[in-house]
Design a protein around this ligand. Structure first.
Ligand code: NDP
Length: 402
């Protein structure tokens, strides 16, 4: 039997008004499988009600009874940033760390150096860029995530934000709430998406779901990726493939970003690339904030090179209260919520439980969940990531507290 493990789990804070006594809906639909046939998370059991809040501290991903019942210890905290944080103190003798990208525990090389027992970093969601993957490779730490758990959740959010930007929904909503009715003001930046060119960067699980969902809007669909989609998919959706992102952005009116953050994609959308876009384009970024260069986005919105920017991902997270993306013109940002709907939480909580069951029992973790294992990029990580670290600058997250 595995020696007693210490698990540190970093989750976002409970709602300001306290843990919810009731929900808007009774439960969530039961899905049979993911698109393409990947099976849903399959733990031996779960100790939570799907559709309830699991991603905050009191929800605890529904793990406490299971972990403690197996004789291991579990620390759950939202206090994750800075040298005096609970995370930093608890990590020193932790074996396993669990974190959600929405409220990421930045596992930097410095933190890994202070955590000699750390062997497993689980992402409760998708996207493990909050872990210094180079340090994990060097220190033989396994990094894994719950592949597919919230891909469709994000695709739905991206489509919502594409429409919100092009039709200019947010200002119209505010106009109504504020008692106004000037139609000319309300439509001054509002267009139909029909006939536009829409492109995605990264035609993986989310990117291809966005393309599929955009097809009925009668737009021209484009994508770029390191590996081309099957010809049958390209033909069904009428896709134009671009071998590089420059070629894609030159012809698109809307660009939706869906590649992981790794050294190849860090600050991909900088002044130079945005300068190659059509004037008045829109960017939706639900992948990772750092794929876009912060000041380049602000400048492009101010000059009109971009007509709008939306998404839900920032760098760092939480962003300081004076982060310029909070106040830049013509944005439709949300906090990092797309992948943590109540529906998504049930899937990634079950996926984390499945991974922990494997870990405790000494069974292999599914290949499709692996990002780093045995000192190499593995599984999904070997396909979609490159080696290196993208956590630099994450210590700015401490500024949110003050
Ligand atoms: P996938 O691995 O299915 O898709 C990612 C795609 O990006 C792959 O097809 C990959 O290519 C491609 N890619 C990698 N590098 C590049 C590059 N340099 N240029 C172009 N394409 C590239 O993952 P998902 O679609 O499920 O998720 C994608 C990302 O979305 C996650 O990594 C995460 O960062 C983000 N995400 C955000 C969430 C949110 O709540 N906002 C929730 C879930 C995910 P290939 O594999 O062919 O090499």
């Amino acid at each position: 039997m595995m020696a007693k493990q210490k698990i540190v789990c970093v989750l976002y804070d409970d709602p300001v008004g306290g843990y919810p006594p009731q929900y808007a809906r009774q439960g969530i639909p039961v899905l049979a499988a993911y698109p393409g046939g990947q099976t849903m998370p399959s733990p031996a059991a779960i100790d939570f009600v799907p559709g309830e809040l699991l991603g905050s501290v009191s929800g605890g991903l529904g793990l406490r009874n299971f972990v403690e019942g197996r004789g291991h210890s579990l620390v759950i905290t939202a206090d994750k940033d800075g040298p005096d944080s609970v995370l930093e103190k608890e990590l020193v003798d932790a074996d396993v760390v669990i974190s959600q990208p929405f409220w990421p525990a930045y596992i930097t090389a410095d933190r890994i150096a202070k955590a000699p027992n750390l062997r497993l970093a689980i992402t409760a969601g998708i996207g493990s860029d909050h872990v210094d993957l180079q340090a994990a490779l060097n220190e033989n730490i396994t990094v894994c995530e719950v592949t597919y758990c919230n891909s469709i959740s994000v695709a739905e959010h991206a489509v919502m934000q594409i429409l919100a930007l092009v039709r200019d929904y947010i200002p119209q909503y505010h106009l109504v709430v504020n008692g106004g009715w000037n139609i000319a003001d309300a439509i001054s930046r509002s267009y139909d998406i029909e006939g536009m060119s829409v492109g995605v960067v990264g035609g993986g699980r989310i990117g291809s779901a966005v393309l599929k969902r955009m097809k009925p809007f009668d737009v021209a669909l484009h994508y770029t990726d390191r590996h081309r989609l099957p010809t049958q998919v390209e033909e069904e959706l009428g896709l134009t493939f671009h071998s590089d992102v420059e070629s894609l952005v030159k012809v698109c009116d809307v660009v939706s970003i869906h590649c992981p953050l790794h050294p190849e994609t860090e600050h991909l959308f900088n002044d130079e690339l945005i300068g190659k876009m059509k004037r008045g384009s829109y960017i939706v970024n639900t992948a990772r904030g750092k794929i876009c260069e912060r000041n380049a986005i602000v400048k492009a919105l101010e000059t009109g090179q971009l007509a709008g920017y939306a998404g839900d991902v920032w760098f760092p997270q939480p962003p300081p209260t004076d982060h310029p993306w909070r106040t830049m013109p013509n944005h439709a940002m949300t906090p990092h919520t797309s992948g943590t709907s109540l529906s998504a939480q049930a899937r990634y909580a079950a996926g984390v439980r499945e991974i922990l069951e494997c870990w405790f029992d000494g069974r292999p973790i599914r290949d499709e969940y692996l990002i780093v294992q045995g000192g190499h990029l593995a599984g999904a990580g070997a396909h979609s990531y490159s080696e290196g670290d993208t956590t630099g600058g994450s210590d700015e997250a401490t500024r949110f507290k003050t």
